[in-house]
Structures are given as structure tokens and as C-alpha cells.
Write a protein that binds this ligand. Structure first.
Ligand code: URQ
Ligand code: ZN
Ligand code: ZN
Length: 479
């Protein structure tokens, strides 16, 4: 089947130009003007619109079993909602329980994700350590296209990785040529602060941000960065939410250390006042970790994106509906952590980023798609409109507006953290694997149409490590 996107302005991270895009069998086969178009070609008029790479969301949790329940958007409904909002690929997470066989967990998530409507891949979380875990990391990197391993420094008593796990896993990842990612919050401090706050009688959602202040994230970010520096492994900090962790990333990058930062659309837009809403359900709906931060952090995060110290945007799409959040009615530590966003990320970023002059359209493409593709080694297959790339595209009308609401979104959740926000600049069409899956409000997502995307490891960093060892060689003192 041929599909022609004609008459648009093609916008990649590095350049923009006028041209048509011809897609066939899931790939882009021609880009330019006066293309040779076969008779049986479906055509989309992109006149007055931009044609950009489909969004990649590097941080989602579809149907995640967590805190005694399961996230309400599954791999089909969640990726379908993403397609409606212009996101054509997700990188989700395999999160083994402590002591659970890593490969067993991996195969479980692969089974769950077969129903995806869009392409998907997995970071694999290292939640415990022994020699079987080390072996599994090698198997995943060599045979299953996993080049990123996640570490939760929070969630004590559940999936928290302590320094022993971090050091062992980071060392193994370097040998494999993989990148490490972290959820950077000091889980021990969170645990102690939660206890103190509950003892003071604060049980409502307002206790959540009090138990995880920015310094708790800053400490963990800095610790992960220093461990990665000593072990010489690339590091990616997910959901950087505050000036403290942004500062740690910025300082590391200024020394040339290979550290990357991700920011969520929610953390760019919302502040911690949401936790003091008089309605429990509304306040609880915003409980995620790290929490939304006091006013001021949001602008710092925008500056992080503009300065290049933060490279990617994501959503941490992890949906829990009101009855699920009610588990924490009398104890905020029991509110399942997570919010939605996959359908709105690109609209919010265009409206508050491009329309307000913070980002150029090319930078928008970089932070919503290309940078993630580059960091996780799938560029230019993904994240670029060029011949040979996957035909994952959005046709973007910068003049069209939409008002975000739980009543009209496709996400399987009864709340929207951007409720009522009117955004200008939305996709009027989404192309996934060369098929028109969304057009002018009509979502044609197909269960199971998504492909698992293998991500090759990077060249192992042996040389760098040995060079470091040599340069620090201390000869034994003869006594
Ligand atoms: O911590 C995460 O990224 C997962 C468990 C989603 N929940 C959240 O609050 N961020
Ligand atoms: Zn997290
Ligand atoms: Zn997450």
C-alpha cells in the first residue's frame, strides 16, 4: 500500500524544507518534490501543515502491576491514545519483582505488549542482584535488543535498587555497551519522611510532596551520576523534576560526562499546589513520583530543555482511576503513584514550547522524537523523515486548536492533569508503519499492529575504562 503526504513542510531536528513524503510497506521510500507516485496511492494533503517524525515517548508504564493494583491503560488502549496525540512509539519498562527471574519478567511484558497499536521497546529494570541477573543482562543485550537498564533508587521495600545493585549493574552495563537509566530519589529518606509525616497526622495527598522534597531527588541524582562517572558508563536520568537534579546533570555535562536528562510534560506545566486541592480525588489524581514541584522549578526545567541540558520529553504514562487512587484515602503512601499524558505531551510541548518561543519547530522535533532515538540507538530508523526510515509521521496543523479533557481524550483514565487547557498546534494525521491511523479526529488504531523495536548496544567502552585504570595506576609501595 502506498501513502503520499503531499504539499507540507518537512521538519526534522536539523532542518526544514518543502516536500512530499512517499511511504510503502512501512518505510519512507521517497522524500522531495515531483516524486514518481504509483496510481494506487492514498494521498493526504499536508498543505499549510508541517510533516514531522512521529513522537517517541521514552517513559511509559502500560498495565503496570504496582502498589497493589494495575495501571488502567494497557498496551493497546495506551498506544492507541498515543497515536491520537502524535506519538508513534513508546519505550516501556520490564520491572521484575525482587528475586523474580529477569527473563521470566521480560517474556511476561513481551506477551502483554503484543496487543500494542504502535511500535514499542523496553528498558529492563534491575531490581535485585546475583549472578543470574548479570547473565540475564547479557542475554537481553545480545539477543533481545535491550540497550538500556533502569534502576529505581526509590520505592524502598519494593523495587528499590541500593548502591550494591547500582554498582554491579552499572559495571555490567558498561561491559555490554548499554546505557543505565535511573529514577533518582533517595528511597531511604522518602521512607523516613513518610513515617515522620504520618506520625504528625498528615495522611492526605498534601503529605506526598512533603515526603519527597527536591533535595531527595538531587541527592540521588548526584549519587547516580558519580557512580556512573567512576564506572565510566553513560547515564540517563528519567523524569528530572527539579532544579536540584537538573543542576547535577548540568554540572556533570559541563565536565564532559555522558549524562542525559528527561523531563515530563507534567513537570513542565504543573506545581505542587495540586496536592492541596480540597477534593481528595483531585489531589490524589496528581500523586506521582517525583511529585509536581513548587512554582519556579517549571521554568528552570524549560531552561534545561532550551539549554540542551535536558534532551528528551516523556510522560511516565501510568494511569490509575479514582477507585484505585482511593486505596490511599487514609494514608497518602498507599495512593498508587502515576498520572497520564501520552495523548497530550506533544500538544502541550508545542503550545507552551514553540508558540511561546521557547523552542523552534526543529528543537520540538529533537525533544519529542529525534534525541530519544539517538540516545537509545534507533536513529535514523526512528526520529527522522528520510528515505529508509520507518514511516512514522505526524501531519501537524499549527493553526488548529484542541481543548484537553478527560471527556474527550482516548486515554483509559477518568482524569486529565491538563484538564481544560486549550492548545494551538495539533496533529491532524498520524502515520504509523506507513498506515494512516489517525485522521481529523478519526482514530483507526489496530490492536497488535505495533512492532517490538530492538535497540542495538553501543560500542563497549572497554578502551576508556582501561585507559582510566592505566592513568590512575599506582605502583605498590615496597615495604
Ligand atoms: O516511578 C515510576 O516511574 C513509575 C512507578 C510510575 N509512577 C510514578 O509515580 N512515576
Ligand atoms: Zn519513576
Ligand atoms: Zn516511570
Amino acid at each position: 500500500m502506498n501513502l503520499l503526504i503531499q504539499g507540507g513542510t518537512i521538519v526534522n531536528a536539523d532542518q526544514s524544507f518543502t516536500g512530499d513524503v512517499l511511504c510503502r510497506d512501512g518505510k519512507i521510500v521517497a522524500v522531495g518534490t515531483d516524486l514518481d507516485v504509483p496510481a494506487d496511492t492514498e494521498k493526504v494533503d499536508a498543505g499549510g501543515c508541517l510533516v514531522m517524525p512521529g513522537g517517541i515517548d521514552p517513559h511509559t508504564h502500560m498495565q503496570l502491576p504496582f502498589m497493589g493494583t494495575v495501571a488502567s491503560d494497557d498496551f493497546y488502549t495506551g498506544t492507541a491514545a498515543g497515536l491520537a496525540g502524535g506519538t508513534t512509539m513508546i519505550i516501556d519498562f520490564v520491572i521484575p519483582n525482587p528475586q523474580q527471574d529477569i527473563m521470566e519478567a521480560y517474556h511476561q511484558w513481551r506477551e502483554w505488549s503484543e496487543k500494542s497499536a504502535a511500535d514499542y521497546s523496553f528498558h529492563v529494570a534491575i531490581t535485585w542482584w546475583d549472578e543470574t541477573v548479570r547473565k540475564a543482562m547479557g542475554t537481553l543485550a545480545r539477543d533481545y535488543g535491550v540497550n538500556s537498564f533502569k534502576h529505581f533508587m526509590a520505592y524502598k521495600g519494593a523495587i528499590m535498587a541500593d548502591d550494591e545493585v547500582l554498582v554491579n549493574s552499572f559495571e555490567e552495563a558498561r561491559k555490554l555497551g548499554a546505557i543505565c537509566t535511573v529514577h533518582a530519589e533517595n528511597g531511604e529518606l522518602v521512607y523516613q519522611l513518610q513515617r515522620k509525616i504520618l506520625e504528625q497526622g498528615i495522611t492526605g495527598p498534601e503529605g506526598h510532596p512533603l515526603s519527597r522534597p527536591p533535595v531527595v531527588e538531587g541527592e540521588a541524582a548526584n549519587r547516580a551520576i558519580q557512580i556512573a562517572q567512576v564506572l565510566n558508563v553513560p547515564l540517563y536520568l528519567v523524569h528530572t523534576s527539579c532544579e536540584e537534579s537538573l543542576g547535577a546533570i548540568t554540572r556533570a555535562r559541563q565536565t564532559g560526562q555522558r549524562v542525559y536528562g528527561e523531563v515530563l510534560a507534567g513537570h513542565l506545566m504543573l506545581d505542587d499546589s495540586v496536592y492541596r486541592h480540597p477534593d481528595f480525588a483531585t489531589a490524589a489524581a496528581h500523586v506521582m513520583s517525583p511529585p509536581f514541584r513548587p512554582k519556579g522549578h517549571q521554568e528552570a526545567l524549560w531552561r534545561g530543555l532550551q539549554s540542551g541540558n535536558l534532551q528528551t520529553t516523556a510522560t511516565d504514562h501510568c494511569c490509575f482511576c479514582e477507585p484505585q487512587k482511593a486505596a490511599g484515602k487514609d494514608d497518602f503512601t498507599k495512593i498508587p503513584n502515576g498520572t497520564a499524558g501520552i495523548e497530550d505531551r506533544m500538544h502541550v510541548l508545542w503550545d507552551q514550547g514553540v508558540n511561546l518561543g521557547r523552542l523552534t519547530p526543529n528543537e520540538f522535533v529533537a525533544v519529542t522524537s529525534s534525541n530519544t532515538a539517538k540516545i537509545f540507538n534507533i536513529y535514523p530508523r526512528k526520529g527522522c523523515v528520510q528515505v529508509g526510515a520507518d514511516a512514522d509521521l505526524v501531519v501537524w496543523d499549527p493553526e488548529k486548536s484542541r481543548t484537553i479533557s478527560k471527556d474527550t481524550h482516548h486515554q483509559n483514565i477518568d482524569f486529565n492533569i491538563f484538564e481544560g487547557m486549550t492548545v494551538k498546534g495539533v496533529n491532524i494525521a498520524t502515520v504509523s508503519n506507513g498506515k494512516l491511523v489517525y485522521f481529523d479526529g478519526d482514530l483507526r488504531a489496530e490492536k497488535g499492529a505495533g512492532n517490538y523495536v530492538e535497540r542495538p548496544t553501543f560500542a563497549p567502552y572497554y578502551g576508556a575504562m582501561e585507559k582510566w585504570a592505566d592513568s590512575h595506576q599506582v605502583t605498590p609501595v615496597k615495604r
